[in-house]
Design a protein around this ligand. Structure first.
Ligand SMILES: Nc1ncnc2c1ncn2[C@@H]1O[C@H](COP(=O)(O)OP(=O)(O)OP(=O)(O)O)[C@@H](O)[C@H]1O
Length: 446
């Protein structure tokens, strides 16, 4: 080991001497750069993280496709850390170098790391080949998956790569689902893109999904994004600010779904950032109050801040925004006017048909659940041999559980108490309904 590292460190030193004159280099910064993740996965898969003289270890929170969650097991991921090392790639010696910008890390409170790859020679071809291989490998791992990004301050962070949730597992009024699906399909078609381009119209689409909590707004958004092979970028409005929002929108890829959750949390003021307020130095009481209000606004998303990013030049073509809210009635009309929101879809509490479908969904055969690749497939009861007894139980269940009283989430959570036991679910449901209704203090309408 001693001799090996000595030779290695001599090679590195030698390379660092000749690189400025004979080296081709590419730089990759880790801030919101998927290429960084692709390279780092490629390296850690080949064990370079472990063999580098300095490596960073973390618990892998992004599963590889096909990984079954092993309860209690924490898989470690090693990535090369500050310093450099060399490796052979297709007959070329490549040097990987990473530096951490400590000062910047303190400002942004996130890791600011600059990675470079260097090869000997004038051309960067081999480095591009390597990055392409990293990309191919990455695309292979995310095939039929959806990558989910969330904002970490003003940066996007990939938080998960998960299987696409089949649309058939989001139980909704059929016409709502079809309407949304058809609208997405039409918007993303080549004809529509051309149509927008010919008329120089901004190629964007906005949807508002509204309704009580637990009716499937987020689930539908994830599922529909997956259906069209689009990554999803999620911003929780209560945890964001105007400045972050601006930077986050600037960093969006060209075609993606942006999910703005709890849009009713947008500050209803039409003013924007406090630093745009010219009167903040004034000493009198009213300006002091304004200053306090401005400071509060700097930690929230204001209506004007949001409208700016939705309409602004930083708004990418092909971007689909889905906003969700439990309180549509509180939204400013300006936010949901056509052009910003093209379709509004109400996701109501479960009606009788949805209640029946939920029962079938939880207790019916798994094959009845459509698969993501095939597009929208409802529970094709006629084509599958679903026990007629189960159908009759589902009808009875839907008769006992009052319509428009419970969310899908509430009904699912009750049914899960009787997983694999439809008889139990049916026989106890009257009691559950009565208890829940008295909890909600709603009149029993059955
Ligand atoms: N229509 C539905 N079909 C299937 N599952 C659902 C449906 N609605 C809710 N669920 C389940 O309930 C849970 C919460 O759903 P989800 O977050 O999509 O609801 P939401 O309407 O976005 O809620 P909120 O308004 O509180 O954000 C999830 O586990 C989801 O699987």
């Amino acid at each position: 080991m001693g001799l090996f590292s000595l030779v290695h460190s001599y090679i590195n030193r030698l390379l660092s001497l000749v690189e400025p004159f004979f080296g081709a280099k590419i730089h990759i910064n880790n801030d919101n750069n998927e290429a960084y993740g692709m390279l780092s996965d490629w390296l850690s898969k080949r064990g370079f993280g472990k063999s580098a003289r300095a490596s960073r270890v973390s618990v892998k929170n992004i599963r590889n496709p096909g990984d079954i969650i092993k309860m209690g097991k924490k898989i470690l991921k090693f990535q090369p850390w500050e310093g450099s090392f060399s490796f052979w790639y297709r007959g070329h010696l490549i040097t990987y170098n990473t530096t951490i910008n400590v000062a910047q890390c303190q400002i942004t409170e996130s890791l600011d790391e600059e990675v470079s790859l260097t090869s000997l020679g004038w051309s960067t071809d081999i480095l591009k080949q390597l990055m392409n291989e990293c990309r191919q490998e990455y695309l292979e791992t995310v095939k039929d998956k959806i990558a989910i990004f969330e904002n970490n301050g003003c940066y996007w962070r990939k938080v998960d790569v998960r299987d696409v949730r089949p649309l058939s597992t989001v139980i909704l009024n059929q016409s709502n689902k079809e309407l949304l699906l058809e609208d997405f399909r039409s918007f993303l078609s080549a004809d529509t893109q051309l149509w927008y381009a010919q008329r120089a119209l901004p190629y964007r689409r906005g949807y508002l999904l509204y309704g009580p909590p637990g009716t499937g707004k987020s689930s539908l958004s994830f599922s529909i994004a997956g259906e069209f092979d689009l990554d999803i970028y999620v911003i929780s409005i209560p945890d964001c600010t105007d400045r972050y929002l601006r930077e986050l929108f600037e960093d969006l890829p060209q075609t993606c779904v942006v999910l703005l959750e709890d849009i009713d949390a947008v500050g209803m003021s039409r003013e924007s950032d406090p630093d745009e307020d010219s009167d903040t130095n004034s000493k009198d009481e009213s300006s002091r109050r304004r200053r306090v209000q401005s400071l509060q606004k700097s930690s929230e998303v204001t209506l004007s801040g949001l409208l700016n990013v939705l309409d602004g030049v930083t708004s990418q073509d092909g971007r689909i925004v889905i906003m969700t809210t439990n309180h549509r009635e509180t939204l400013d009309e300006a936010l949901i006017r056509p052009g910003r929101i093209d379709r509004q879809v109400l996701l109501p509490l479960a009606d009788t048909e949805v209640i029946r479908q939920l029962f079938m969904f939880l207790f019916g055969p798994v094959e009845a659940i459509g698969d993501a690749k095939a597009g929208l497939k409802e529970l094709e009861e006629e084509k599958t041999e679903i026990d007629t007894a189960l159908r009759s139980q589902a009808h009875k269940f839907a008769f006992i559980v009052p319509a428009s009283t419970f969310s899908q989430a509430e009904i699912i959570s009750y049914l899960l108490l009787h997983k694999n036991d439809p008889d139990g679910a049916l026989s106890h449901c009257k009691k559950w309904v009565d208890e829940k209704i008295s909890e909600k203090r709603l009149p029993d309408n059955k």
